[in-house]
Design a protein around this ligand. Structure first.
Ligand SMILES: Nc1nc2c(c(=O)[nH]1)N[C@H]1C(S)=C(S)[C@@H](COP(=O)(O)OP(=O)(O)OC[C@H]3O[C@@H](n4cnc5c(N)ncnc54)[C@H](O)[C@@H]3O)O[C@H]1N2
Ligand code: MOO
Length: 412
C-alpha cells in the first residue's frame, strides 16, 4: 500500500502562516544615511519641512516676461523687448522684472518678481541684448508654482513604506540626509547535510552542490533582511550547536533547511527536538515537513524556522511562510507578494487535501499562466524559470485547463 499522510494530521497553511508570523517581533528603529536605506521600511512618516518647488521657477529655457507686454505679438508682428538680466538656475538674488523688459531665464531658475510667464527660446530670435518675440503667452505659462508638488508640512512618505529609488529621491528632495528605518532583520541561514558540497569544488559520487543556503540567503536579502550563510554543517547534533553558538547574539532568526523529515539522520530535528520547536506536517505541497519555535542557548532565545531540504520545498515554503513574517518584522506595510487571477493554460494535477504551489509563468498581456516543470520538489529548473507561484486549492485534485487560479507574482 502506498504511504500517505492522514489529512486530519496536517496543519492548515493559514494556521501555520499565523504561527510563523507570531514568532518574529518588529526590529528596532535606527537612523541611516539614505544610501544605506534601499529596500528598508521607513519607521516614521516623513513630513516635508519645505514646499516643492520651493519657489516659482521656469519650466523652459527662454525669457521671463510680463504676459501683458506680449498681448499684441504675432509671427508677422513680433514684439521686441530689452533683455535686462540673465538668470541661470541657482542664482540666489533675482532682480524685479520691469514692465516692457525681459530676463533671459533657464529651466529651474527662479522667476523674477514681476514676471508671470516664460516664453520658450524657440518662439524668439534668441537675442541677448534685445529679444524679438513672435507669439503671445498666457499668464502662468511655463511656470512651475511654489508648492505645486509638495506643500510644507505634508506627509510625503508613509511609515512602513519600502524605500525604493523614487522614495529615496523624494526624501532627498525635501532635504533628508538620513531616515528612521527598521533595522533589517538579521537571519542566520544554515544548510545541513553531509552530502552537500560547495559549488566550485569537484563532486564525488553521492554528493550534490549546496544550493538552498545561497537561495535562501538571497531571498532574505531580497525582502529587506541581512543574511549570514553557514554551509556544510555535518549530520551531527554537537556540531550543529557549536556552529550556531558564535552567531546567536546578532541573530533575529535562525533559518535552516534540510534534516526535518522522517529519516534516520535528521540533524535539525534531533538538535532542536525537546526544546521549544514544534515540528509539524502542513497541508501544502511542496513544503510539508516544517518546524518553528525558539532556540535557547548561551542566554539567548532566538526564533527558529526549519524548512524542508528539497530545494523547491525550501524556497516555496520561504515564500509562503517566512517572507511575510520577515517583512512584517522589518516594518514593511506590504508583506505579501502581489496576487493576480489568471487563466490556467493546461490541466494540472493537484495533491488532494493539500494546497499546492506550482511554479508558473504569468503572461500579463493575456492574463494566462503556464506551469514551469512538474510538481516534484527537487525540480529547481522550473522554479528558476518561473515568475509566479500558481496556488491550487486544497479541495481539488485536478485543476482543469481554462479555470481561473490565483497566482503570486515573484518579481513584485
Ligand atoms: N518517509 C518520509 N520521507 C520523506 C517525507 C516523509 O514525510 N516521510 N517527507 C518528504 C518531503 S515532503 C520532503 S520535503 C523531504 C524533506 O526532507 P528533509 O527536510 O529532511 O531534507 P533532507 O532529507 O535533508 O533533504 C531532502 C533533499 O534535499 C536535498 N537538500 C537538502 N539540503 C540541501 C541543500 N542545502 N542544497 C541542495 N539540496 C539540498 C537533499 O540532498 C535531499 O535530496 O523529505 C521527504 N522524505
Ligand atoms: O513537502 Mo515535500 O516538499 O512535498 O517535497
Amino acid at each position: 500500500m502506498a504511504h500517505t499522510t492522514d489529512p486530519s494530521a496536517l496543519l492548515s497553511v493559514d494556521e501555520y502562516r499565523r504561527r510563523v508570523a507570531e514568532l518574529l517581533v518588529p526590529t528596532p528603529t535606527v537612523n541611516l544615511p539614505l544610501d544605506e536605506c534601499l529596500g528598508l521600511a521607513l519607521a516614521e512618516g516623513l513630513t516635508a519641512p519645505i514646499s516643492l518647488p520651493p519657489f516659482d521657477n521656469s519650466a523652459m529655457d527662454g525669457y521671463a516676461v510680463r504676459s501683458a507686454d506680449l498681448a499684441e505679438a504675432a509671427p508677422d508682428r513680433p514684439v521686441t523687448l530689452p533683455v535686462t538680466a540673465d538668470i541661470p538656475a541657482g542664482r540666489v538674488h533675482v532682480d524685479e522684472l520691469a514692465a516692457g523688459t525681459a530676463h533671459r531665464i533657464m529651466t529651474g531658475a527662479q522667476l523674477p518678481p514681476g514676471a508671470d510667464a516664460t516664453v520658450p527660446v524657440e518662439r524668439t530670435d534668441g537675442g541677448t541684448e534685445r529679444v524679438r518675440i513672435h507669439a503671445t503667452v498666457a499668464a502662468g505659462a511655463n511656470v512651475r508654482g511654489s508648492g505645486e508638488d509638495v506643500t510644507a508640512g505634508q506627509t510625503v512618505l508613509d511609515a512602513g513604506c519600502t524605500l525604493g529609488a523614487a522614495q529615496l529621491g523624494m526624501a532627498s528632495a525635501v532635504g533628508s540626509a538620513e531616515l528612521p528605518v527598521h533595522r533589517p532583520p538579521r537571519v542566520l541561514v544554515l544548510s545541513t547535510g553531509s552530502e552537500l558540497v560547495r559549488p566550485g569544488t569537484p563532486l564525488r559520487d553521492g554528493e550534490i552542490y549546496e544550493s538552498n543556503g545561497t537561495m535562501l540567503a538571497a531571498a532574505v536579502r531580497q525582502c529587506g533582511g541581512t543574511a549570514e550563510l553557514l554551509h556544510f554543517v555535518p549530520d551531527d547534533v554537537a556540531a550543529f550547536h557549536s556552529a550556531l553558538e558564535p552567531y546567536l547574539e546578532e541573530t533575529d532568526l535562525i533559518l535552516t533547511s534540510g534534516g526535518v523529515s522522517a529519516g534516520a539522520y535528521e540533524v535539525v530535528k534531533d538538535a532542536l527536538e525537546g526544546d521549544e520547536v514544534r515540528f509539524e506536517k502542513v497541508a501544502v505541497q511542496p513544503g510539508m515537513p516544517q518546524g518553528a519555535g525558539h532556540y535557547t542557548a548561551g542566554g539567548r532565545r532566538v526564533p527558529v524556522i526549519t524548512l524542508p531540504g528539497n530545494p523547491v520545498s525550501s524556497i516555496v515554503s520561504f515564500e509562503v511562510f517566512v517572507r511575510p513574517a520577515l517583512r512584517r518584522a522589518g516594518g514593511h506595510s506590504t508583506v505579501e507578494r502581489p496576487r493576480r487571477r489568471a487563466t490556467l493554460s493546461e490541466t494540472l494535477r493537484s495533491s488532494p487535501s493539500k494546497r499546492q504551489y506550482r511554479r508558473g509563468l504569468f503572461d500579463p498581456e493575456s492574463d494566462t499562466v503556464t506551469a514551469q516543470g512538474g510538481p516534484g520538489s527537487h525540480l529547481l529548473s522550473g522554479m528558476a524559470a518561473a515568475n509566479c507561484l500558481i496556488q491550487l486549492p486544497e479541495e481539488s485534485s485536478e485543476a482543469p485547463e481554462g479555470i481561473t487560479v490565483d497566482v503570486w507574482l515573484l518579481d513584485g
